[in-house]
Design a protein around this ligand. Sequence first.
Ligand code: IVH
Length: 697
Amino acid sequence: LMLAWKKRAFPRANCQLTGLFAWHRFSVVNRDQVKARIAELTDQLNYHNYRYYILDDPKITDAEYDRLFDELCALEKQFTDLRQPDSPTQRVGAPPSDKFESVRHSLPMLSLNKATKPEELADFDRRIGELLAGDPEPIEYVTEEKLDGLAVELVYRDSLFILGSTRGDGTTGENITPNLKTVRTIPLRLQKCNAVMLEVRGEIIIKKSDFARLNRQREEAGEEPYANPRNTAAGSVRQLDSQVTASRPLIFYAYGIGNVEGATLKTQWEVLQFLRDIGFLITPQAKLVADRKEVRQRYDYFNDRRAALDYDIDGLVVKVNSLRQQQKLGELSRSPRWAIAMKFPPQQEETIVEDIVVQVGRTGILTPVAHLKPVRVGGVEVKRASLHNYDEIIRKDIRIGDRVIVQRAGDVIPQVVKSFKEKRSSAEKQFAMPARCPVCGSPVSKLETEAYHRCLNLACPAQVAERISHFAGKSGVDIDGLGPKLIEQLLEQKLIADFADLYYLKRDDIASLDRMAEQSADNLIIALERSKDTDLPHLLVACGIPNVGEHVASLLADEVGSLEKIAAASETELSAIVGIGPVVAQSIRDFFANEENQQVIKKLKSVWSKLPEHQISVGPLPLKGKTFVLTGGLERYSRNQAKKILQKLGAKVSSLVTKKTDYVIAGSDPGSKYEKAVKLDITILLEDDFLKLIGED
Ligand code: IVH
């Protein structure tokens, strides 16, 4: 089966014209006959795909499958207009597109509240009990693995797969239909499904064994192995070229539905059975359980076995079974009240610190990194762990040669938890911070007030490379395909010296680099062009101004409106913006006062036909001078959103209730701030009052 998967997962993009049945080699072909044959082949191939990928029980040999596939390809090539929308030939991928369109989910794709300690299950269960007090039905739960992949939504109309999107921010995702069509566990046409419209939700993952095979192939081909299955799965479905997606062993597991028309489902358990019946794989070990004791057993069961599973899971999802009860419970700030994700404790392993090596970051900070004897932690090989700074090494007393415990925090970034002093021989060596930058040799400095050592040389090659990498990163202008290796090569060849130079690169400059395929050079040129569509907040973050992260960047964009104006603003003007203090204002000023930075921005301006502009938030400031405190959860907005709205109207939002507080906005489950407000006799506003205040009742 393994060999067979390989074969079918990487189908030929070109169909063979040979081996057709004699009847369509006739020179005069009856179109109706061809049409009927195409429909028949499409159905047969889809059925055999289902037997193979979903039921794991093929009914025909690969050779027979290939014959049918080739025949269909040939017919479609000749009669392009007769191709069926669910044709399996589409699974090999469509030509590259240069951008994903946005898709608004008809129902938001919610996130799950997390319980990090198993004891929190009791609170969840108690709350459900209280909220459903008096409900005629008993409360049951469905437990499912929390699959560690990428959430997607699939829309089916009259059983045909018409639209697939990423979860995105929960409200709007990206249209990745051609890519999802290449995923064999996504039916192109549903079986025995009466629903007129159906939205299926689930997770795209890569199995651990397939991932290991993929990495072996990459290593054999001299390519850098991928970091982990989750990121690889996520990266694969967001490819602009769906032929790349088609070559990755992606699997879709369904766990829920969005909108549905023409089918009645009463429970989550029924939803899962329904999804299975119409052709999906569902969360593999879902179980209907009666009470929290059984939920706890499932949690322990998976916690003990997760390393042995062939797919990564990072928790157990617990869902109230009855959809009617779910509806009654509703949701609170983007998470349903009827479900919870019980996270597993981080996974720990013992290994040895073979060396401690200092890395230089974008801002010159020197970070000591432990090079570890490779060890598998929760299915992922860990070779490095950041030790953050010198003080941390001293505090944890970590020495080169020590036996240590490493863990994956949030199951992603490896950390060194502790060292075993009792296991020391006398060969371990204490680490000392270098007096000079390991990359450029400039003296290293450390301020009393900071935990970090820094290289102060702005021209330090490591800093330059990191600044460009940051500029090109996801939080910056997002240049797809421009990784650290490529940046290093471009710098070495003196093709660039700063991030503005990227836009002066010629296709041939890039194509001439070692191990650079022509196609990748073209893609990079496209990605560079696309990155110019960024918005002002992303451009500001990309510039790498110290102390300017996403939040400050969006404040600056909202209040000032353009890079030129921000660059020209005085420290006083900047610190007058609510949310920007004197330290941040000064670092913005310093950045734009620096001659070299001015040059880079000037170069950028002349090569981008126009820099992004931002709509300045204008309007009256009716809440100017008023101080608000938020407590508890609001239905309509997250707390951060509410805060921004208030600030836009001129209010100050604080996290402490004092005598100076004018209003406390109390959502559900308010905390001690509420009691304090009562004690201090401060006006308390409920969500409705708040909505009225902002003109949204
Ligand atoms: S249910 C409101 N079920 O977890 C219900 N989600 O934090 C939300 N996930 O984005 C989805 N396995 O990517 C559900 N069995 C499962 C899941 C699951 C993984 C992910 C999903 C979602 C995130 C929610």
